[in-house]
Design a protein around this ligand. Structure first.
Ligand SMILES: [Fe+2]
Ligand SMILES: [Fe+2]
Length: 473
């Protein structure tokens, strides 16, 4: 028996009720999704009413409908930005040709790989975050966690829609695979490294939503330029939700920094830990960790896959349409840093082969803006300390710097020196133990844990003290 999928159950703008084949495919998949959600989604809160935002249409105002919902009853919908008639491919080798409404045969494998890789990150992050509800610093934060979780679930639906609708039998198999892999599992891990890292406390959660979700923003942005129109339209809509995830991350870390400097000023030795807070040095270590694993998500600096996807008109640059003049990316070069013979050198790489790095450049700049805002808080408190993004050479596992060891400033190190010093730059066991010791649930409306400041304002015009999640007595 499969549940019958209706437009009421699955809000959509893809004429689900008129597409029987798609409806049947999703009817098969949906119970498996719900099983996965119950097994791997937020543990312990599935029966509680959560003040959530649900997308019910793509009309202005329709994508942000707020109400109390139990998470398993969330209406995971399928939304694409409305089709722009007459749209043509605007970069690569097919410039000027009409966009594709179906998958061109020769691009099938490439497109499927891109969609599966993106799709895999969505359930992975839900799995990584499944225990965090038990230690939420406030009801406001608990609600934000669950909002991120249900939306990652919806992003999975978005990718599964593309697989079911456009890739036939292989697509259906891939959609099942997305529910079978598990974050951090040795035998069936998620596809990308950062999505197998444990996110087992709130400092890591905020760093994840700041840095790792932001990789998602840039991947979606590049795919939203795609000549495969359904992919472009799907990613455009996902980006509206992604913005909230990065808000949660940036303001989450920002609120920790705010509380930290308050506690430092209370302490004779400016010791935040002595006051039950998180010291700036430790915040820097988690920043180093999550930023470096997120840099890896962009792939190798020099990449023939990136060149191929661009040439095919499948994956563009961030804001390709408005920020660039030459949309062929031919005849220009990128000055790329590399390490040769133990020294940092610069070499020229044909632009198309450097597109992962070009996207990473935009990402780095965006991350820096967030760090600047955190530093403003520290400066205004009169504290002498600056948080900083580490060098791109620091702690990399993919690409040109995977084999070298460097300190956060980018100076190359001998492997033995790296081994003996890495605990200064990355969270060590003691840091993990300390951070976890701070993590206790605060479930009274309006109350918040010691190590983080309350937000400036609540969600959807509600006050911070609003009962964002109704928990049993
Ligand atoms: Fe997502
Ligand atoms: Fe996200």
């Amino acid at each position: 028996m499969t549940a019958h999928i209706s437009d009421e159950r699955i809000p959509n703008n893809v004429d689900l009720s008129g597409d029987k084949r798609l409806q049947r495919a999703l009817e098969q998949w949906q119970p498996h999704f719900l099983d996965w959600w119950k097994e791997m989604g937020p543990e312990g809160f599935q029966g509680d009413d959560v003040y959530l935002r649900t997308a019910i249409s793509v009309e202005p105002g329709g994508w942000a409908h707020f109400d109390y919902v139990k998470m398993p009853d969330y209406r995971w919908g399928i939304f694409l930005e409305p089709k722009a008639e007459g749209r043509s491919i605007h970069f690569g080798d097919h410039i000027g040709q009409p966009v594709w409404d179906e998958v061109p045969g020769e691009l099938r494998n490439l497109l499927r790989r891109l969609i599966v890789t993106q799709g895999d990150t969505e359930p992975a992050s839900v799995e990584q975050q499944r225990l965090l509800g038990k230690t939420a610093p406030s009801l406001y934060d608990l609600r934000n966690l669950f909002q991120v979780n249900v939306e990652e679930g919806r992003h999975l639906w978005a990718m599964v829609y593309l697989l079911h609708r456009y890739f036939g039998r292989d697509g259906r198999e891939e959609a099942e695979g997305l529910l079978e892999r598990r974050s951090g599992d040795h035998d069936k891990p998620r596809i990308l490294g950062a999505f197998n890292e444990p996110t087992n406390h709130w400092l890591s959660f905020f760093m994840f939503t700041m840095f790792t979700d932001r990789d998602g923003k840039y991947q979606l942005s590049a795919l939203s330029e795609s000549g495969f129109d359904p992919l472009s339209r799907t990613c455009r809509f996902m980006l509206t939700e992604e913005a909230h995830h990065m808000f949660v991350g940036e303001t989450g870390v920002g609120r920790i920094v705010e509380r930290t400097v308050e506690l430092m000023k209370k302490d004779a030795n400016e010791d935040a830990r002595a006051q039950g807070g998180i010291d700036l040095q430790t915040i820097q270590k988690y920043l180093n960790l999550w930023y470096s694993v997120s840099l890896d998500l962009f792939g190798g600096e020099v990449s023939s896959n990136a060149a191929e996807a661009f040439a095919a008109g499948v994956k563009g640059r961030h804001k390709e349409a408005t920020r660039f003049e030459d949309h062929t990316a031919l005849g220009s070069v990128y000055q790329m840093e590399d390490v040769q013979g133990g020294k940092v050198v610069t070499r020229e790489v044909p632009m198309r082969n450097a597109l992962n790095e070009v996207l990473r450049d935009d990402y780095v700049e965006d991350c820096q803006r967030g760090v600047d805002r955190w530093n403003k808080t520290i400066r205004e408190a009169g504290i002498q300390f600056e948080l900083a993004l580490p060098s791109r050479r620091f702690h990399r596992a993919i690409g040109s710097f995977a084999e070298v060891r460097s300190d956060p400033s980018g100076s190359l190190l001998a492997p033995t020196e790296w081994e003996s010093r890495k605990g200064e730059w990355l969270p060590n066991e003691g840091d993990e133990v300390y951070i976890k010791s701070l993590m206790h649930a605060v479930h009274d409306p309006g109350k918040i844990a010691q190590w983080i400041a309350p937000p400036r304002k609540g969600i959807n015009g509600q006050p911070f003290a609003f009962e964002y999640v109704r928990l049993p007595e």
